[in-house]
Design a protein around this ligand. Structure first.
Ligand code: GLU
Length: 549
């Protein structure tokens, strides 16, 4: 029989804190409403922030904030090899860009809150108290296996067609004597601390996942590593300790963790704690030909959050799209409440698809068009400018040079029951209204060859001669019709369609001549409004340049 006291004095000579001390340092959270959810985002600082982070973050954020609970950020930096400098800042900045703000946790300027430190590498002392506890109880043991020995075990298992892993008879250090351990320590051999699993793969355990439903999972029989040789814990051990002491009620994470859930539940039991509720989110998938596959970092640029920013998707659009993906009733709610703030939607994890969700770019664009169509012209201006400052500085300069005109252009067709849906992303704005700026205006579309140059010029000249800037829209259009009729075009579409051969063209062609001259394009927002924004002088200058060109 091993003397665990002696062993723990050998392995953890510096641990002086007791379990009770730690319990007292992090008291149960008080003063929260009944049913308040305390949850976290616990990303590893790899520098890559992806759509999955947003999906997980929004789920946690909604659950916490809708229940009057607390959302905190914990940086899981136990794997120093994967860490990228500045990753924490990038992460915090990207998430807050999408409206995920933390009540507590790691911030750019250090920690905020009394349950920290919120960076795992700074919590070594806390983990060691519980590593020592497990050791004292015979629930953990040191293992001095070298990489070569582990590889040899693996190869032998392969040859014998046995299950892989460090367990049972393969676990070389599971039942070693204290003399062996002392000898290995004396030789200065590095060691890891392993969990002594009493589980068997013959047994199943029942588990209720809040997204996946009732699960039956196989018990864990592997003696997983709890502390690595540098004393830093593995994710498994660290998350159990942290979620317990940060008083987490719900863990929302990707379902790639489902396979180690039996070990996690076993760990909570071994530590004498109640496990939090788990919500395992299914993966984001996309259609690839006829089949579905997971979004991949290597193949799919749309997995990275930076993609949406550079493409110019408004934050609100991405947010609403994620909501439609997460909750099947969101779209219906949005149709019934077109003007309500998005956070008045009652999010429910019960509406999440256990199998994961399909990412659909066309749908994202559709959602975005609707979102942008409901924004005020001022808000659109701000969004476009913000995007252009970073991705199209010349356009940004133009927008700033005449904000009033830009806002007026964005206001065309906005408001009212059926707003226009011309903009999907901020990047669309330049093509849509950039021509109001002389620096951007240029003739992009040419007149169809079916029209003679002199007929076009005749229309343009007649317009210049008669343009009355003070005329209202009706009078302006009546004037256009009069020009059409006087020059052999037809002002009435019905009449024209009945006998098109009798005319040089229709009122639609007359408008098109002007539109191309004034905006450079076949399609534009309302031409009457555009002319008012440009002012008579610029309208005539543009038309005259076309006549002369
Ligand atoms: N650090 C883990 C990850 O990035 C966290 C999983 C969790 O939320 O517990 O996947």
């Amino acid at each position: 029989m091993i003397d665990y006291k002696e062993l723990s004095a050998l392995l953890f000579p510096d641990v002086t804190m007791t379990e009770d001390d730690v319990e007292k340092m992090f008291p149960q959270r008080e003063g929260l409403p009944e049913g308040a959810v305390i949850s976290r985002m616990a990303p590893s600082p790899t520098g890559f922030v992806h759509l999955g982070n947003l999906v997980q973050g929004l789920t946690s954020e909604r659950m916490c904030h809708q229940s009057g609970g607390i959302l905190y950020l914990r940086v899981e930096d136990t794997d120093a090899k994967r860490e990228v400098p500045g990753a924490v800042e990038t992460l915090i900045e990207s998430l807050s860009h999408y409206g995920i703000c933390f009540d507590e946790g790691a911030t750019v300027d250090g920690d905020n809150g009394s349950y920290g430190p919120y960076r795992q590498r700074q919590r070594k002392d806390i983990y060691h108290v519980f590593a020592k506890k497990l050791l004292l109880e015979g629930q953990a043991y040191p293992c001095f296996c070298t990489e070569e020995e582990l590889t040899a075990i693996h190869e032998k298992q392969e040859a014998e067609k046995a299950n892989f892993g460090y367990f049972g008879k393969w676990a070389l250090w599971r039942d070693r004597s204290i003399e062996d351990i002392k000898a290995a320590l004396a030789e200065g051999k590095p060691w890891v601390l392993r969990f002594r699993s009493e589980g068997s793969i013959e047994n199943k355990i029942k588990h209720q996942d809040l997204i996946k439903g009732n699960l039956e999972v196989t018990e864990n029989d592997i003696d997983h590593v709890l502390l690595k040789s540098d004393g830093i814990p593995t994710y498994h051990f660290a998350h159990a300790v942290d979620d317990h002491f940060m008083r987490t009620t719900h863990v929302v994470r990707g379902d790639e963790w489902l396979s180690t859930l039996p070990f996690h539940l076993q760990l909570f039991r071994a530590l004498g704690w109640r496990a939090p509720k788990y919500l395992h989110i299914g993966p984001l998938m996309k259609m690839d030909g006829d089949s579905k596959r997971k979004l991949s970092k290597r193949k799919d640029p749309e997995l990275a959050l930076t993609y949406y920013r550079s493409e110019g998707f408004p934050v609100e659009s991405v947010y609403e799209y994620i909501m439609t993906v997460l909750n099947s009733n969101f779209e219906e709610w949005r149709r019934a409440n077109p003007d309500s703030p998005v956070d008045s939607f009652k999010f429910s994890h019960k509406k999440m698809n256990p199998a994961g969700s399909l990412f659909d770019y066309a749908k994202l664009c559709d959602v975005s068009k609707n979102v942008v169509s409901r924004m005020s012209a001022e808000k659109v201006y701000d969004g476009v400018l913000d995007w252009a400052e970073e991705f199209d500085p010349c356009f940004a300069e133009a927008l700033k040079s005449d904000k009033e005109s830009a806002v007026r252009a964005f206001a065309i067709g906005r408001g009212g029951k059926k707003p226009r849906k011309d903009l999907t992303v901020w990047a669309d704005a330049k093509g849509y209204m950039g021509f109001i700026f002389d620096s951007i205006y240029r003739i992009e579309d040419v007149y169809p060859e079916s029209f003679a140059k002199e007929d076009i010029n005749a229309v343009l000249s007649a317009f210049c001669a008669s343009y009355d800037e003070t005329a209202d829209q009706q009078a302006w259009f009546d004037n256009l019709k009069a020009i059409a009729d006087s020059l052999g075009f037809c002002s009435d579409m019905k009449v024209y369609k009945a006998e098109p051969e009798k005319y040089k063209g229709s009122i639609a062609d007359v408008s098109m001549f002007l539109r191309v001259a004034v905006t450079g394009k076949m399609n534009s927002p309302d031409l009457y409004e555009i002319m008012k924004i440009l002012g008579k002088e610029r309208v005539l200058a543009r038309i005259n340049a076309v006549i002369g060109g």
